[in-house]
Design a protein around this ligand. Structure first.
Ligand code: MRU
Length: 347
């Protein structure tokens, strides 16, 4: 059981673990205004698809309580503006849009005073957070039946951070790993460093160290070598958005990992809540891919590591085609990507 909660509602404000400071500093950032929440999402103080959704839900509530009117129409119009500011933060993780839509729907469907609507928005944000925690635990539990059989214990490779820090707590891919660890099925985690922002080295490794799960960090270009050497029994990653056909967008480098896993017959699983599935998109080619600032590539700390005069391309995510994915582990059950559509009625 993880005790890492990236988003906490306390004393009328939101506390975020500043994920840009880990692992060297554990700092909490207080957020009381929706614009600060939007900034925190954009600058990745809070990151990871489900955690972004939870943060945005609280952002909608913070925005609602900042609106100074008693008129319902004026209130809803201003709330739409708050929602739009939050939507403009990060384009790929669909949980952001999913959580904002759910909050707006609640506001529109609540008949009552502005104070009553605002109070219900806070309860809804808390509910989204609580549900995500339970969902991640269910994903972990469901994954136990698909863990490959092994004469000893498993070594699982993961990419980026799909852990407690990226969700309400517990994690999706790292939730699978936590469950395997608790069940006595895990020997070791291999964590891809995950260039350029190093979420694997900084965040996944930190979470593992907190819980004494043995972890080996490798740079991204070592994964093929590790698989060739027979060091990896299974790959499990999270997702930022999954299309109806099972194509899955996740942190840049995930697609390459899936290709080499296929080459070495290593099972490749995506662990994600159904709130990450965008059934409105037929294929992964329609998923918007965020491009981030080039400084993430050329700067390490305060040092510029590339020569002047080069061009940059810094996509934050890539899309793994469904045919490379062994299974998608959800809170309902694990399905083959082609069967994902059968879970649509749960959403
Ligand atoms: O850019 P980030 O750090 O927000 O990207 C995070 C990922 O790609 C995660 O793997 C994904 O959001 C799944 S989180 C449970």
């Amino acid at each position: 059981m993880s005790t890492i909660y990236p988003v906490v509602w306390s004393n009328n404000k939101v506390l975020l673990i500043d994920q840009t400071c880990l692992p060297s500093q554990y700092t909490l950032v207080e957020i009381s205004r929706y614009e600060d929440m939007a900034k925190a999402i954009k600058t990745m103080i809070v990151r990871g698809a489900p955690a972004i959704g939870v943060a945005a839900a609280y952002g909608i509530y913070l925005g609602a309580r900042e609106i100074n009117t008693k008129d319902r129409e004026t209130f809803l119009k201003s709330l739409e503006e708050v929602a739009e500011t939050l939507r403009q933060t990060r384009p790929t993780a669909v949980n952001l849009f999913w959580a904002i839509s759910r909050m707006l729907k609640t506001a529109y469907e609540t008949i009552g005073t502005i104070e009553e609507i605002t109070a219900i928005l806070l309860e809804t944000a808390k509910k989204i957070q609580e549900e995500d925690l339970q969902t991640c635990q269910a994903i972990g539990k469901n994954s136990l039946s698909i863990l490959p059989s092994h004469p000893d214990k498993l070594t699982i490779l993961t990419h980026c951070n799909a852990g407690a820090l990226a969700t309400a707590g517990y994690g999706t891919a790292l939730g699978v790993i936590r469950s395997a660890w608790t069940a006595g099925r895990l020997k070791r985690v291999y964590a891809d460093e995950t260039r350029p922002r190093l979420q694997g080295a900084k965040l996944t490794a930190w979470e593992c160290v907190q819980e004494k799960i043995p972890v080996t960090v490798i740079s991204d270009n070592m994964a093929a070598h590790c698989m060739q050497k027979g060091l990896i029994d299974m790959v499990v990653v999270g997702a930022d958005r999954i299309a109806a056909n099972g194509d899955a967008a996740n942190k840049i480098g995930t697609y390459g990992l899936a290709v080499i896993a296929k080459m070495h017959q290593v099972p490749f699983y995506v662990a994600a809540p159904l709130s990450t599935v965008d059934f409105s998109l037929e294929t992964g080619q329609l998923i918007p891919i965020e491009e981030r600032d080039a400084s993430e590539l050329y700067q390490v700390g305060n040092t510029v590591i590339y020569p002047d005069g080069v061009d940059y391309y810094n996509p934050a995510f890539d899309v793994t085609p469904a045919e490379l994915i062994t299974g998608i582990i959800t809170e309902e059950k694990t399905v083959k990507p082609v069967e994902l559509i059968t879970l649509k009625h749960f959403v």
